[in-house]
Structure formats: C-alpha cells, structure tokens
Design a protein around this ligand. Structure first.
Ligand SMILES: Cc1cc2nc3c(=O)[nH]c(=O)nc-3n(C[C@H](O)[C@H](O)[C@H](O)COP(=O)(O)OP(=O)(O)OC[C@H]3O[C@@H](n4cnc5c(N)ncnc54)[C@H](O)[C@@H]3O)c2cc1C
Length: 400
C-alpha cells in the first residue's frame, strides 16, 4: 500500500488548484488526486457562466470578498501565462427603479470596500454607450470582469500536474477519510490509501463525504439548477460584455444575466431552482437518495417557507421560455424569444443550506487534524480557485 504526502479528493478546479499549490510548496511531493468521474471538470467547473468575477457583491471581510479579488488577479495571470483564451469584456449591473437604486448603493459600497479595480457608477446615457441594448436608471460598471472557459483552465492544470508526476485515479469514488496515528486513510471502495494529509474538494457531494468521515450533518448541500438559454449567433453579438440585474441581497444568486462567452456565444441565465438530483443536468434525471436527503433536511422547509414566491418565479422561468426571456428583457428591452437558438444547457450549484434554513453565503473550509474539507464553495469559487488553494494550503501548514 502506497503512502502519499497528500491525497486530494475531487478533480474540479478547486481540487486541481490545491494539488498545484501543494506541489509549488513541496517540490517532488507524492500526491494522488481521486476523482469519481472519468475526467476533470465533470461537474460545476465544466457547467458554469465562465465569468471572472471582480469581487463586487461580497460582504467586506468575508472569505469570498478577499479570495475573489485575489483570485481574479491570480486567474488572469495563470490564463495569460498558459495561453488560455480570455477577454476582459467588463460588466454592468443595472438598476431599474428606486428600490434597486438603493441596493445599487449598497453594492457600490461593498465593491469599494473590497477594492474592486476600476469600479464606476454611471448614468443612463453611459449605460447605452457601453451596452447599446441595455436600459437602466444607473449602473455599476466593472471593466475588470472577464470571461474564460474554466474547463480549459482545469485541463491546463491537469496537464501540468501529470507532467510533475501527480497520480490521478479517475472513476474512483472516495467513500470516507479516517484519521490514523500519523495521518489519514482514504477509503476507495475496495481499496484504501494512506497519506500524511487529505484535502477534499467534493463539490456537490462534499457534505456526504464529510459526514461519512465523521463530520457534522450541518450544513447540507442542496442542488440548485442553473438553466441557460442560448441566443442565436449574430454578426454583431447581442452584448459586448455582460449585463446583470441588481440581485436580491438576501440570496447568494446573482439573477438572470446576459453573458457573452469566450466562444462568442451569448446566453441568458442562470436560473436558480432546487432540484431532486445532484447531477440533474436534464429534467428527466431523478435521484431518490438526493431527493430524500434534500426533502428530509429541516433547512429545506424553512427556506421554502421564506422564499416560496421566489420559488414560483423560478418555476415559471423553468417552464416558459417567454417568462425566462421577459426577465432579461427588463434591462435589455429588444430581447424576444425569436432571439433564442433553441439550445438549453444547465449547471448544478452545490449550495450549502443550514439546518436553520439559511443559505450559507461564505466559503466554508474546515480543518480537523490531517483532513481539510471544503464544505461550501459556490460562485465565485472558480474565479477564486487559485486563491482558495493558497488559503487552504496555508491553513493546513499552519495546523502543523
Ligand atoms: C450554474 C453555475 C454558474 C456558475 N458561474 C460561475 C462563474 O461565472 N464564475 C465563478 O467564479 N464561479 C461560477 N460558478 C461556481 C463554480 O463553478 C464553482 O464554485 C466551482 O467550479 C467549484 O469547483 P469545485 O472543484 O469545488 O467543484 P466541482 O467542479 O463540482 O468538482 C468537484 C469534483 O469532485 C468530484 N467528487 C465528488 N465527490 C467525490 C468523491 N467522494 N470521490 C471522488 N470524487 C468526488 C466530483 O465528481 C467533481 O468532479 C457557477 C456554478 C454554477 C453551477
């Protein structure tokens, strides 16, 4: 039986970034990455909006704020060094009425406190100059927000890790991680591996792995499906960058936005609907175990009681393209269903939900002895991945 310096569970962008960071600090370390799927970026990392966030939305002082700002800088450096296509196309957050203006003020204060580079408040006329199809009373313009394909980033890190001698076991699910007298033991179905340390970045299954490894049940991961509708290709893309609404400040979702992607396609989305399957990329997919775990969690019902109106609105968008398009047409009035090309795609967010019904807003990283686990890493964790990896490795080393 081999003994590794580090075993990483999950080959999404976080697991890969953690292995990379570990190697940068421990040249020649003996590292194993275990991944349940057949390749890297199979879940959230390969199914997202592809936005490099600048750090506007997040509570000043939170891990999200610190690691998004730092992570976006590291991400731009990494993709430039590795010839990965990206564009700093900028984004607008537009306010449509007086209520939204007040919330835009709050977002502006947060953005300034987080030292978001280049952030500016603009009026109706300048909105039109930056995005001719957008309307609004006022907006925040973030020129540093950009786009990239995070699956490509993951593949680039994977290649570097393989070249550096990191071992990968694909199609292998880690069942649990237990402490030993001098490290830990990772249980892989019929096999076990020993390591000095383990770091788990298991995304949609992070709560299950944590619990099987002796961690608490709280918070539970609930899957929130983010659906996208794609626009017809045009000679002149519908948007130059991205247009976002002012989000509901009590929810960790950013609202349906219009996003240009690095392959020049433009999409509307994502919606945010709780679904019965952690890999429910199509509506037909149903998992009795996932549905049971969400349905029997007290937090689910507390959340539903508070947000039933939002739930109905999300359901209407999921069932009607007209309603979906209408949502984006509030701030881009020329948009109609005729602009859609019929393509639908989706990602599933791993969102931690507390027993008390609170959606956990910040990243949650938990270290216990030789094992460190990511318990909540929703958006902007792809942007922040390289900074989250630094933070985790710092914590692991500080814990001795
Ligand atoms: C719809 C949507 C839009 C988003 N938009 C953005 C955006 O624009 N910008 C941004 O920064 N972020 C965005 N995000 C968030 C971002 O994609 C995620 O935060 C990030 O990808 C998390 O990476 P991860 O490695 O933790 O998770 P994942 O990519 O989900 O990887 C976890 C991996 O662990 C594996 N795994 C799980 N359990 C086990 C086990 N027991 N054994 C072995 N392997 C296991 C899984 O198979 C998976 O491959 C978005 C997310 C979604 C869903």
């Amino acid at each position: 039986m081999s003994r590794y310096d580090l075993v990483v569970v999950g080959a999404g962008i976080l697991g890969l970034a953690v292995a990379r960071e570990w190697l940068a600090r421990h040249d020649g370390a003996h590292v194993l990455v275990v991944e349940a799927e057949a390749g890297v970026a199979a879940h959230q990392t390969g199914h997202n909006s592809g936005v490099i966030h600048s750090g506007i939305y997040y509570q000043p002082g939170s891990l999200k704020a610190k690691l998004c700002v730092e992570g976006s800088r590291l991400m731009y450096d990494f993709i430039a060094e590795n010839d990965i296509a990206f564009e700093r196309c900028g984004k607008l957050i537009v306010a449509l009425d007086r209520d939204e203006l007040a919330r835009l003020d709050d977002l502006e204060s947060r953005g300034r406190a987080n030292q978001v580079v280049g952030l500016r408040r603009i009026g109706a006329e300048e909105i039109r100059e930056i995005e001719p199809r957008a309307v609004g009373l006022a907006a925040l313009h973030s020129p540093e927000t950009g786009i990239v394909d995070y699956a490509q980033v993951a593949r680039a890190i994977h290649r570097q890790l393989e070249a550096a001698g990191v071992e990968f076991r694909f199609g292998t699910r880690a069942e649990s991680v237990s402490a030993t007298s001098d490290g830990c033991r990772v249980h892989l179905g019929d096999d076990v591996v020993d390591a000095r340390r383990a770091i788990t970045c298991a995304g949609l299954w992070s709560d299950r792995l944590a619990q099987a490894s002796g961690g608490g049940a709280d918070p539970r991961i609930v899957p929130f499906r983010g659906g996208y509708l794609q626009l017809r290709p045009r000679t002149e893309p519908f948007v130059r960058g991205m247009i976002y609404p002012v989000p509901d400040p009590t929810l960790p979702f950013l609202g349906v936005h219009i996003t240009k992607h690095i392959d020049s396609s433009v999409s509307l989305g994502p919606t945010a609907m709780m679904v019965p399957s952690r890999d429910g990329y199509t509506w037909r997919k149903f998992s009795a175990r996932d549905a049971w775990q969400t349905g029997t969690w007290p937090g689910t019902w507390r959340l539903a009681r508070r947000y039933w109106r939002t739930g109905i609105h999300e359901l209407s968008m999921a069932s009607s393209r007209k309603a979906f398009v209408r949502e984006a047409a509030r701030y881009a009035p020329g948009l109609t269903v005729d602009d859609l090309d019929g393509t639908v795609h989706a990602g599933i967010r791993a969102q931690a939900l507390g027993r008390d019904g609170a959606l956990v807003d910040d990243f949650v990283l938990a270290t216990d002895g030789a094992v460190t686990q990511v318990r909540n890493a929703p958006s902007p964790a792809a942007t922040a991945s390289l900074a989250i990896a630094r933070e985790m490795v710092d914590r692991v080393l500080a814990s001795g």
